[in-house]
Design a protein around this ligand. Structure first.
Ligand SMILES: [Cu+2]
Length: 381
């Protein structure tokens, strides 16, 4: 017979477990890791990236978008990495996630494969097993007295603790993933603004002169004859540098669209009057397909997304071929000036201080700037 004291013990146990869950949730932001890919160091990085050239680009690989653009050659169909798999092609792969080409995507896929699926399978199998035991063992039989057993402290403690442990095991990686997805792009991330229109995408590069590339779906015959997937191939891809942090901004020009690329673990709504932003770092050069994922009208199904990730030097070629420009050289030399101790000489404006204080040169403090102050000053520009 369970006593009142036993119930008090159980209650204390449950409260303790809840506190543990709360703690696990609270420490999550601290566990969120920083991106493994370093920020681009312009020249050096471009050189390094150039050493992994996009091989296998024959004359037959030019994209339908290539007309008239000298210098830049688009990646061919052999570079397609992010696209759905048909059941005929590979039944198993057609039912699960696409291969992932970002850190977040691999983390999320790992969580699905090694935590969620095993937990789901184990619980389902256990419940099925219990159900079968009950059905077989306690079926109605002649002359059988029903059991009148109630309360079993050990079992009650177990069925409290085990679910709590399962929840913690799920909560820790889950909230870590959430925190990773909210990570702010570094200051020197390359900004690309994806604007959803009814019914196509526009990609603006504000750091490279603000040119916009309009991207429309290719007609099926045209795509297939180029060896590209119908319904996904576009006339102008969103070309980005690989391996460096990108600041992807989304915006809706008319109605709500959603910029979604499954193989990059990226989905962000494009909303009129609101600029959404998320960091994206692509690990490998390649072509990654996605689609508008917010029902946006009659041709919603015909506004695919195609991202082409290439080494930095090739990306710069592409930007130039589109009439874009680079002010990075100017920016970096400016930054170098600010970081040089000489700039802290008397009369120099105090970086990070209020602009007004810096203006009246005489009163500006001549305290040498430390690195953190310099960074702060840059970020306010
Ligand atoms: Cu749309």
């Amino acid at each position: 017979m369970p006593t009142a004291a036993t119930f008090r013990d159980i209650r204390r146990l449950v409260i303790g477990m809840l506190a543990l869950v709360a703690l696990a949730i609270a420490i999550q932001p601290a566990l969120a890791t920083t991106p493994s890919v370093a920020a681009p160091d312009t020249a050096d990085e471009a050189e390094a990236a150039a050493q992994t050239p996009a091989e296998g680009q024959g004359a037959d690989t030019q994209d339908a978008a290539g007309e008239g653009e000298a210098a830049y050659e688009y990646l061919g169909p052999e570079w397609i990495k992010g696209q759905p798999t048909s059941f005929e092609e590979d039944p198993w792969k057609s039912m699960t996630f696409q291969d992932q080409y970002t850190d977040d995507g691999q983390y999320a896929l790992g969580m699905n494969n090694y935590i969620l699926i095993p937990v789901i399978v184990a619980i389902s199998a256990f419940v099925l097993f219990l159900l079968m035991v009950v059905v077989v063992r306690y079926r109605r039989r002649e002359g059988r007295e029903p059991s009148r057993t109630t309360h079993n402290t050990l079992i009650e403690v177990i069925w409290t603790i085990v679910p709590v442990i399962i929840l913690i095991v799920i909560a820790v990686p889950s909230i870590t993933l959430l925190a990773r997805q909210y990570e702010t792009p570094p200051e020197n991330a390359i900004t690309i603004k994806a604007t959803g229109y009814q019914w196509y995408w526009g990609y603006t590069y504000p750091d490279q002169g603000g040119f916009e590339v309009i991207s429309n779906m290719l007609p099926a015959e045209e795509a297939l004859s180029a060896g590209l997937p119908a319904q996904l191939a576009v006339d102008n891809r969103m070309v980005v540098p690989v391996g460096v942090p990108l600041r992807i901004q989304t915006f809706g020009a008319d109605v709500i669209h959603s910029f979604a690329v499954p193989s990059l673990w990226f989905k962000l709504d494009a909303i009129p009057g609101r600029l959404n932003e998320r960091m994206l770092t692509i690990q490998e050069p390649g072509i990654y397909y996605g689609q508008c994922s917010e029902l946006c009208g009659a041709r919603h199904a015909y506004m695919p997304i195609a991202i082409e990730a290439v080494p930095m030097d090739r990306w710069r070629q592409w930007v130039l071929s589109k009439g874009g420009s680079f002010s990075e050289e100017a920016e970096t030399s400016e930054a170098a000036d600010i970081q040089a101790p000489a700039s802290a000489a008397e009369g120099a404006p105090a970086a990070g201080g209020a602009p007004t204080a810096a203006d009246d040169g005489g009163t500006a403090p001549s305290v040498p700037l430390d690195a953190s102050e310099t960074e702060g000053a840059e970020s306010t520009n």
